[in-house]
Design a binder for this molecule. Structure first.
Ligand code: UD1
Length: 419
């Protein structure tokens, strides 16, 4: 099968309004949590992303009923017939590891294959497993398969994470929500998506406090029930469209966003000289003058600058005046867009954790390959400002996190099509 490609004719200023869809990194744990609820759930603002479809396939494979109606996904998790996720489904989506906490919490037994490495480098789960073991889960690792059992209920634990891992915080919250004791997670991740998951679990009858801070307390409850919930907006998708506006010298109003979750990203665009005005649920951005370089950007856990936005901002900085430095502190392989951007005429030197970007006055269209989700988005952003035609292949990566990126950008005046 030949895979489709994006064709982008660069050089058009983006203008208009765009509604930002629900957050991939929130909807995936929330869908896993519906299984734990044991009830009927209606989840709104669920984007049509391949990772969301994969989550629904996992839920169905475990016996849940799952149907989509527009951007609402309805899950009936009253009957569960399995506690095992096949290797094939685990491979479709690395973040399927978040089902571990949900299945253990519901059934006290779970078998799934180790997620292994991914495009971003090794994706260890040692912090997840250490936390679950502290909750009393017995975990046997055998030839890449994890066999997990919990005898009795979770009686509470005091868990300090080595690193504020987003996935580990979520898995521990899920595993500890039903039980008899109090679980305290210290050095917890503070990402807004953690608070969103806690919001959904609390709507299902859980008792979680401290989400969004570094100490999350989960008081086990006897049972949960189904709930209706609206997933938060995707702050990385919002940043991508901000990048597209900035690099083309355009003007956009992003709707349906939560600027309060995005201050570190907004600050970077302001340092580039873009005009950014956050309102309660909208962000206006315009870039009427040439962009400036940003001295140093360091990716950090929330509320620091997000690693997922880094490749997108790198793409924008290729066209800024002066030298920018990016230090990537979260994932090893997050500079994979750099060689592709260089093929388009960018001047980037990346070594280890550091990338130095010398702004250039023009990019030229080239045939590029998306190597992961955000690197792919970065190439699209760069292509919008390049002279001539840019093609981006390996679109399955981009489709994991963006709902029809070409339709969204076309609506803003970009010349882009999927062939
Ligand atoms: C989540 C996001 C991802 C984002 C990342 C960091 C989802 C579905 N994905 O990924 O988009 O880039 O947060 O904000 O929400 N680590 C360990 N051991 C572990 C777990 C993590 O060493 O057991 C390390 C990782 O290798 C990485 C760092 O901790 O260097 C952060 O990872 P983590 O916060 O767990 O990211 P994910 O939850 O996988």
């Amino acid at each position: 099968m030949t895979e489709s490609k994006l064709y982008i004719e660069g050089g058009r200023k983006l203008r208009g309004e765009i509604f930002v869809h629900g957050a991939k990194n929130s909807v995936l744990p929330v869908l896993a949590a519906t299984l734990l609820s044991g009830g009927q759930c209606r989840i709104h603002n669920c984007p049509a992303l391949s990772d969301v479809f994969s989550s629904c396939r996992i839920l169905r494979s475990l016996g849940c009923k799952c149907r989509r109606d527009g951007d609402t996904v309805e899950i009936d998790a009253r009957e569960i017939s399995d506690y095992e996720i096949s290797e094939e489904l685990m491979r479709e989506m690395r973040s399927s590891i978040v089902f571990l906490g949900a299945i253990i919490g519901r059934l006290r037994r779970c078998r799934l294959s180790f997620p292994g490495g991914c495009e971003l480098g090794p994706r260890p789960i040692d912090i997840h497993l250490a936390g679950l073991r502290k909750l009393g889960v017995k975990i046997i690792e055998d030839h890449g398969v994890l066999d997990c059992t919990l005898s009795g209920t979770v009686g509470g634990a005091d868990i300090t994470l080595n690193l504020p891992s987003v996935g580990a915080t979520e898995n521990i919250m899920l595993a500890a929500a039903i039980g008899s004791g109090e679980t305290v997670i210290r050095n917890a991740a503070k990402e807004p998506e953690i608070a969103d998951l806690a919001g959904f679990l609390n709507a299902c009858g859980a008792d979680i406090v401290g989400q969004g801070t570094s100490t999350v307390t989960v008081r086990g409850v006897e049972r949960l029930h189904g709930a209706e919930y609206t997933v938060m907006p995707d702050r990385i998708v919002a940043a991508t469209y901000m990048g597209a506006a900035a690099i083309t010298g355009g003007e956009l109003m992003l709707r349906g966003v939560r600027p309060a979750d995005m201050y570190s990203t907004v600050a970077v665009f302001e340092q580039m000289g873009a005009n950014v005005y956050p309102y309660s649920d909208r962000i206006y951005i315009s870039a009427k003058k040439p962009l400036n370089a940003v001295k140093t950007i360091r990716t950090m856990p929330y509320p620091g600058f997000p690693t997922d936005c880094q490749p997108i901002v790198m793409a924008v900085l290729t066209r800024a005046r002066g030298t920018s430095v990016i230090v990537e502190n979260i994932f090893e392989n997050r500079f994979r867009a750099a060689p592709e951007l260089v093929r388009m005429g960018a001047d980037i030197k990346a070594e280890g954790k550091v990338a130095v970007i010398e702004g250039v006055s023009r990019l030229s269209g080239a045939a590029t390959v998306a190597t992961d989700l955000r690197a792919g988005a970065a190439l699209v952003v760069a292509g919008l400002s390049a002279e001539g035609t840019t093609t981006v292949s390996n679109l399955h990566y981009i489709d994991r996190g963006y709902e029809s990126i070409e339709t969204a950008l076309r609506g803003l005046g970009a010349k882009i099509k999927r062939v």
